[in-house]
Design a protein around this ligand. Structure first.
Ligand SMILES: Cc1cc2nc3c(=O)[nH]c(=O)nc-3n(C[C@H](O)[C@H](O)[C@H](O)COP(=O)(O)OP(=O)(O)OC[C@H]3O[C@@H](n4cnc5c(N)ncnc54)[C@H](O)[C@@H]3O)c2cc1C
Ligand SMILES: *[C@@H]1O[C@H](CO)[C@@H](O)[C@H](O)[C@H]1NC(C)=O
Ligand SMILES: *[C@@H]1O[C@H](CO)[C@@H](O)[C@H](O)[C@H]1NC(C)=O
Length: 359
């Protein structure tokens, strides 16, 4: 049997999902090498900070929309049948005011979303039931992922399939090839997120952070909720979601491009809490304001935003085949299986070319 030695660089949701999908083929002998692993909370490691839920942002006919579409069946399956993955269904309430759409979404995807026939229980809220200041709203069922359970679950699935995990800080693609546990690797998969901006090889300057600040609380509104924008500026947003299995509720947030600040901004935290209580008074006991919130922690994550969308491509760098899978902005979870499927295809193609070159 052919053995393909593969290094997956990065252990965020992109690296772990790609390694998991690759590990289903017994020909692949995989090492995941990363500076940060599940369990770490660091500003250079985005994945633990995410909400994370499924609410597509890509246009229907874009690569991004396709990756998101291709990811839903797996997330649904995990929520339905695999409790140990830490994903559950929640009703999503989307409140919209027509004037503005903050953050990453395109106005088109908001008015008449393509996923209305894909996600369960989609329905518009009747006009006479809308809260003051809200022009329209809809409900649907989606999932919320407890990242503290889900990332270790992915590690476990990989280990069951023989994947080896290793701490390593890699400076250049050539070093990555030598991080394999069985000798020099045939191929490297690059899942380094925002750090791809400064890594040696080909530095990608079209990456920038979109800073997301959150407040994690013990309060439970019982559903997910999001609005199209808020009055506190175009780079602030309003959303809340309760993680599966006692994970707490994430209150958000912000979408601050080019802002690298790793520390929670206390006044932004107050604005986040005020907006959430205003949009959803049932978050706190009756009559209470933000004093009614029971805070677990404040957090900041940097979404790895790439100008023209994620880079899922293959490339030969100094004789080493590299498949890139980075730059997933604010949708790394909801596009994870779609992107990993594309990456696996590129890996297979690159390995075939390599075999041909040998003959
Ligand atoms: C507040 C917030 C809310 C979010 N909500 C959602 C949501 O609801 N739904 C959703 O789908 N997405 C959401 N996201 C986005 C999502 O979190 C990201 O798209 C995703 O985590 C990116 O994952 P990644 O694996 O590409 O990168 P990362 O998680 O950053 O992982 C990068 C990995 O590469 C390693 N690495 C980097 N450089 C090197 C090196 N030189 N050598 C070795 N290892 C290296 C790191 O150590 C790490 O292991 C949210 C993000 C934030 C901040
Ligand atoms: C597994 O990998 C081998 C070797 O690269 C390849 O020939 C085969 O098509 C792969 N199998 C599947 C099911 O993808
Ligand atoms: C990952 O991709 C980035 C962007 O192209 C590049 O700078 C970096 O060298 C790559 N790293 C590896 C190990 O291939």
């Amino acid at each position: 049997m052919t053995i393909n030695r593969i290094v997956v660089l990065g252990a965020g949701v992109s690296g772990l999902t790609t390694a998991y999908q690759l590990s289903k083929n017994a020909s692949n002998q995989i090492t995941v090498a990363a500076k940060h692993m599940p369990g770490d909370y660091d500003i250079e490691y985005c994945s633990p900070w995410a909400g994370a839920n499924y609410f597509p942002v890509g246009a229907f006919d874009s690569d991004n929309g396709k990756w998101e579409k291709d990811t839903w069946p797996m997330l649904r399956e995990l929520a339905q049948n695999i409790p140990e993955a830490g994903i559950h269904f929640q009703v999503y309430i989307r409140k919209k005011d027509e004037q503005r759409v903050a953050g990453q979404r395109s106005a088109g995807s908001m008015k008449d979303p393509w996923f209305k026939n894909m996600l369960p229980n989609f329905r518009q809220v009747p006009k006479d039931q809308l809260a003051p200041g809200i022009d329209s709203a809809y409900h649907f069922t989606s999932v919320c992922i407890n990242t503290a359970i889900y990332l270790p679950w992915l590690v476990g699935q990989c280990r069951k399939n023989g994947v080896v995990f290793k701490r390593a800080v890699v400076k250049h693609v050539v070093d990555a090839a030598y991080a394999h546990h069985g000798g020099k690797a045939d191929l490297v998969v690059n899942c380094t997120g925002l750090s791809s901006r400064s890594l040696g090889g080909v530095t990608d300057s079209s990456l920038c952070p979109a800073r997301g600040q959150v407040v994690v609380v013990r309060n439970d509104p019982g559903f997910m909720c999001m609005t199209s924008g808020c009055d506190d500026g175009d780079d602030e947003v309003v959303y809340m979601m309760t993680r599966a299995a006692g994970g707490g509720t994430i209150l958000g947030g912000s979408y601050q491009k080019h802002n690298w600040d790793p520390l929670p901004d206390p006044s932004l935290a107050i604005r986040i809490m005020k907006r959430c209580v205003e949009v959803c008074p049932s978050l706190v006991a009756e009559g209470k304001g933000i004093e009614g919130l029971d805070i677990i922690r404040h957090g900041v994550g940097l979404r790895p935003l790439r100008e023209n969308g994620p880079r899922v491509e293959r490339e030969n760098i100094n004789g080493v085949w590299v498949v890139h899978n980075y730059g997933h902005g604010g949708f790394g979870y909801q596009a994870s299986y779609g992107c990993a499927t594309t990456a696996v295809k590129l890996v297979d193609e690159a390995l075939q070319q390599k075999d041909k070159a040998k003959l």
